[in-house]
Every structure is written in C-alpha cells, then in structure tokens.
Design a protein around this ligand. Structure first.
Ligand code: ATP
Length: 246
C-alpha cells in the first residue's frame, strides 16, 4: 500500500512544527525517517496515524485519506510506537486477542499467526504473563508481535531498536525484509543509522520540521557532496552545520 504525504504543514498548536513536507513510501519500499532530536519525526508519524490534523496538505494511503473511511485507514496500518503501550490488566495472550478484535480478525487464526512470531522472540511460554512481568525489551517485542499479526499493508515504526537485544534486532530486521519482499510499505524512524543503512531503500532527512534531503543513499551522498560517505557521516555533517555535538 503506498503512502503519499503531500505538502503537510502541521503541529500541536497554531504554530507549525512541520512545514510543507512531501514524500512517498511505495509498495515494497522501506523508507527511513531520520533527523536530530526535535526534527519532527514523531510529529510526522502522529499526522500519518491521524492523531494530529494537518493545517494544510493531505495524506493518502492508496489514494484514500483518513476522512474517506477512518476505520479502513487505521486498520491498514501496523503501528509500533517508540514507547510500548500495553494494558496492565491484560496478559500477553489477551493483548493478541484485543489486537485481533480491534482489527476485525478471527481470534483463532490470529493466535496461529502469532505462534511463530512468539517463538522467534522467545515469548511463546509467556502467554499468561502480564506487562508488569516483562522487561523493557520484552514489552517492545509484544508491540512488534501485535503489529505483525495483523499483516498490515503499511508499517509505521517509531524508533524500534531501543531495548531490543542484538538477537532480537537481527530477527526484527529479517522480518521487516520479509514483509518488504511481500510488498508491504514501511516507514521507520530511527537514530540507529547503521541498521537504517543496512535495510532502508530510501531516506527522508528531517531538519527543523522541513525535509532537508531525501532519496537513496547515493542520492543523499550527492546532496551532501560526500561521495562514499555512510549515513552516519552525513548525519554528523548535518549536526556540524548546525553546531550540534553528537
Ligand atoms: N505534545 C507536544 N506539544 C507541543 N509541542 C510538541 C509536542 N511534542 C513535540 N513537540 C515539539 O515538536 C517538535 C518536534 O518534536 P518531535 O517529537 O516530532 O521530534 P523527533 O524528531 O521525533 O525527536 P526525537 O528524535 O527526540 O524523538 C519539537 O520542537 C518538540 O518540542
């Protein structure tokens, strides 16, 4: 499912945080949303999720806006937030069931779909556990499992690597690659540039709420006039220009 962001200006109060953003995420494409702290990555994601209303511009998911059918729009997106959002009074098994219900999926089929994911993330023997029993990384894994069981056409992922151990990061990257091969569109915000460089097809670099540069790694190298540079080196260059220390 393609995501089209067209001339979005938006934010929290009347003062815009995002200024005239336009970019696309095509079918089978993984786009990395990159930027320094406060650049506007989470604000962009909130607009895509329909949690904030743009002042100007439109967001299309396969040519449909959220206003055309908000349920269908939201059900097409698997969202992995930066901070896990879990219900204290529900077990892992119940989180899977509530996700199935929210997305109108058959509960037994969803449990079957969850099985290999739970195994992969070593949560298969913890179905009766409550969030208070989970570590930070385990909570993040529950969010990942819940996003992947709905098999969405668009994944929106906000800084997924925090708290994940190296084994889980490897498995998560492998899963993302599989979904990409199956034609899903993925937008992932992250500061972990080595991982982003490994798997993203293209990047959108945000700076002060505007698009500073966008394109493939080789297009970014041209933009920064840094042939052969890594994403890390280009990011450092951007920070240097702004007088930041990273
Ligand atoms: N709830 C809010 N109300 C008002 N302003 C906000 C709110 N959340 C964020 N902002 C402001 O919006 C701007 C962009 O913040 P945002 O969280 O989108 O940045 P980010 O790129 O995700 O940063 P980080 O890498 O630190 O997560 C910042 O100036 C921030 O102060």
């Amino acid at each position: 499912m393609s995501l089209r962001i067209e001339h979005i200006t938006g934010g929290y109060t009347r003062k815009p945080i995002l200024k005239d953003l336009s970019f696309n995420v095509e079918d089978g494409e993984l786009v990395g949303l990159i930027g320094l702290n406060g650049a506007g990555k989470s604000t962009t994601i909130k607009h895509i999720m329909g949690l904030l209303e743009p002042f100007e511009g439109q967001i299309f998911l396969n040519d449909r806006t959220i206003h055309m059918n908000s349920t269908l729009y939201r059900q097409s997106i698997g969202f992995i937030p930066e901070t896990p959002v879990l219900y204290d009074e529900l077990t892992l098994k119940e989180h899977i069931e509530i996700t199935a219900m929210a997305y109108g999926l058959d509960i037994d089929k969803t449990h079957r779909k969850a099985e290999p994911l739970l195994k992969l993330f070593r949560l298969d023997d913890r179905l009766e556990w409550f969030p208070s029993d989970f570590s930070k990384g385990m909570k993040q894994k529950v969010m990942i499992v819940c996003a992947f069981i709905i098999d969405p056409s668009l994944y929106v992922i906000d800084e997924p690597f925090l708290g994940l151990d190296p084994l889980a990061i490897r498995d998560f990257l492998k899963l993302l690659d599989e979904k990409k091969q199956q034609g899903a569109s993925i937008l992932m915000s992250t500061h972990v540039l080595t991982n982003a460089e490994k798997i993203c097809d293209a990047f959108v670099i945000l700076h002060n709420g505007e698009i500073y540069a966008q394109g493939t790694l080789s297009q970014l190298r041209k933009h920064f006039k840094m042939p052969g540079a890594s994403l890390d080196e280009m990011y450092a260059q951007l920070a240097d220009e702004e007088g930041f220390i990273i």
